[in-house]
Design a protein around this ligand. Structure first.
Ligand SMILES: NC(=O)c1ccc[n+]([C@@H]2O[C@H](COP(=O)([O-])OP(=O)(O)OC[C@H]3O[C@@H](n4cnc5c(N)ncnc54)[C@H](OP(=O)(O)O)[C@@H]3O)[C@@H](O)[C@H]2O)c1
Length: 251
């Protein structure tokens, strides 16, 4: 690495949802700190560009095409990382969608997509990676949301998945702390990314756009910094939860 920051030298990280937004920024931050980083998502062109950028900056990246709602893709993703680099130290479960809608107007398929990705995908990836993380005394970082702590209107389906992530993470922490595996939940408020682009409910989309237009939202790099902080602590320090809102955000 050309960077002076080598706090993660020798570590291997896997970041899901690395083709845009928070995952992309997190992969770059971990690589800049010396970790080898596997970048996973479905859009391979975006992963290719990211891996190239990381390489040009002096880092090491591995592109992994994976749909984390599919059990076979999850196993293949974890196997690929471990067969390439022989270990896994840091898993960042970041892939997610936010299909906001009032409950009465919700598309059942939108709810299904959120549960299958935000919750089941994260749980399945964790289970597949756990033997390797135990072997490495590793670290799991789950990207939840303020919506996993505060349930706002038009967010019932999304909040259900993110409250689920928070519950899963705390139970998991109690199961794995004795193996020296650390668990961190990051709970961002509004971050300017592509996340809102997929909302199918016109009113909910307009509401989000209006909130974004009237506040200085967080950047993906702000969240990447929080992930880097958590995984850079000495082994005795288990940063369990970081809730980060934009200064302008009330709820
Ligand atoms: N932006 C915010 O305000 C905010 C706030 C709180 C929490 N979060 C959370 O932060 C995480 C990242 O979101 P973001 O804001 O960075 O949004 P984003 O830019 O839309 O990124 C979402 C990522 O998830 C990936 N993804 C979607 N479906 C997938 C699938 N089936 N399999 C694998 N990867 C999949 C996407 O890649 P492909 O489409 O290429 O697969 C993309 O890389 C999410 O969990 C989100 O809930 C975001």
């Amino acid at each position: 690495m050309t960077s002076a920051n080598t706090v993660l030298a020798g570590k291997v990280a896997l970041v899901t949802g690395a083709s845009s937004g928070i995952g992309e920024a997190t992969a770059e931050a971990l690589a800049a700190a010396g970790a080898k980083v596997a970048v996973a998502a479905r859009r391979v062109d975006r992963l290719e560009a990211l891996a190239e950028r990381i390489g040009k900056a002096g880092g090491v990246a591995l592109r992994v095409e994976a749909d984390v709602t599919k059990g076979g893709d999850i196993s293949a993703m974890v196997d690929k990382v471990v067969s390439e680099w022989g270990r896994l130290d840091i898993l960042v479960n970041n892939a997610g969608v936010m299909l906001l809608s009032p409950a009465a107007e919700a598309e059942f398929d939108d709810w299904r997509r959120m549960v299958e990705l935000n919750l089941l995908g994260l749980m399945g990836t964790t289970k597949a990676a756990l033997p390797h993380l135990k072997a490495a005394k590793g670290h799991i970082v789950n990207i939840a949301s303020v919506a996993g702590r505060v349930a706002n209107r038009s967010a019932s389906g999304y909040a259900a998945t993110k409250f689920g992530v928070v519950g899963f993470s705390e139970s998991l922490r109690r199961e794995v702390y004795a193996d020296k595996v650390r668990v961190t939940v990051i709970e961002p408020g509004l971050v300017r990314t592509e996340l809102g682009d997929h909302i199918t409910n016109a009113g909910a989309k307009a509401g989000l756009d209006q909130r974004l237009a009237t506040m200085e939202a967080l950047t993906a790099e702000d969240i990447a910094n929080a992930v880097l902080y958590a995984v850079s602590q000495p082994p005795r320090v288990n940063v369990n939860e970081i809730l980060i809102r934009p200064t302008d955000q009330e709820r």
